[in-house]
Ligand binder design. Structure first.
Ligand code: SF4
Length: 60
């Protein structure tokens, strides 16, 4: 698997790190569907939208 396609928020993401237990999918499956799939997966991740909004907030 190419790490180029890994979400840039993975080091700070509670879902990716396994501390957020709210996801219904197995974590490895979740990562393959969303986190490690490049833009196609990221664009469907609600947590990523939250991270992006936080980034925008901190820029302003
Ligand atoms: S894709 Fe979503 S769940 Fe995965 S690391 Fe990025 S923000 Fe977290």
């Amino acid at each position: 698997m190419s790490f180029k396609s890994k979400c840039k928020y993975s080091n700070d993401c509670p879902i990716f790190l396994g501390s957020d237990k709210s996801i219904v999918l197995d974590l490895m499956v979740y990562k393959n569907v969303f986190c490690n799939r490049g833009e196609k997966g990221w664009s469907n991740c609600k947590k990523r939208v939250e991270f992006e909004q936080e980034e925008i907030t901190h820029q302003n």
